[in-house]
Design a binder for this molecule. Sequence first.
Ligand code: SAM
Length: 315
Amino acid sequence: MKEGHLPVLADEVMSTLAPAPGSLQIDATVGGGGHTERILEASSPDGRLLGLDADGAAIARVDKRLRPAYGDRLVLRQANFREIGAVAPEAGFDAVDGCLFDLGLSSFQLADTDRGFGIRAGGPLDMRFDTARGVSAAELLATLDATELTALFRRYGEEPQAGRIARAIVEARKTGPVATAEELAALVERVAPGNPRGRRRIHPATRVFQALRIAVNEELDALQEALAAAVDLLKPGGRLVVLSYHSLEDRIVKRFFQAERRGCICPPELPVCVCGRNPRLRLVTRRSATPSQTEIAANPRARSARLRAAERLAA
Ligand SMILES: C[S@@+](CC[C@H](N)C(=O)[O-])C[C@H]1O[C@@H](n2cnc3c(N)ncnc32)[C@H](O)[C@@H]1O
């Protein structure tokens, strides 16, 4: 891709999914279509891919860019991946060889000055992946009280100054709404500037922005629901690959894989299993994969990425 979003850990994703000709694959987070394109290329001439994204602009962009080369091998749907269990079978993808989740947001979204995802890009604080559904970040900032805002920044941003920032927002609302990314970034910088001598130069509002985006899109609940549904869609031997970008996501993926690998979910104090669940996954690699320094230098967004992969066992 000349501009836009560089796919993260692309070689590792490809060697793990190993998409063969004739296979059926799902890319649950199409974004800029970088992974989608690699999968379609590798599964030529007749592999098919279902691409989902909650963001209609992402779907339209990828449709325009990849349709001419891949025709009806590429099936696109604007959908939240928490609906994958219904959307995929409807599109003919009910027993698939691979399913990829590349979580979070794309460089296109981060740079969009109309959506407020990026501290640098600025703009109205919307932050919804699907702009037709749900409540914007500005609305949350305008309606939650200080206790609720504190909990949100702590839970989804692990922000140590959550209380101070929340109280400053409620105070600022008395004179006018905190409605743009610029206003929010300046407010956080003023009340919780962080350590100016810190080694990593991340903006002090980074954790607050992450927390709002996760809350607006109910990202953690959506992930939990989607992982379970994706396992149902995999053929025996089919692979589930997840790229996460912060510890809250990665913890969900790791725990989910562990639980599906064990099968039984009975409390340890029970002498015999009563849940009757069998293991459904085996781990492809024990440890998560992370990007090389070379990849991080070329694509700083890859910095915090972790790849985990598991394979569906025969029933
Ligand atoms: C990191 S980008 C994917 C980039 C893509 N792999 C590429 O190579 O270009 C993540 C994408 O997932 C989408 N997304 C995030 N959460 C989603 C959800 N719950 N349902 C559907 N799409 C989601 C975002 O809109 C964004 O476009």
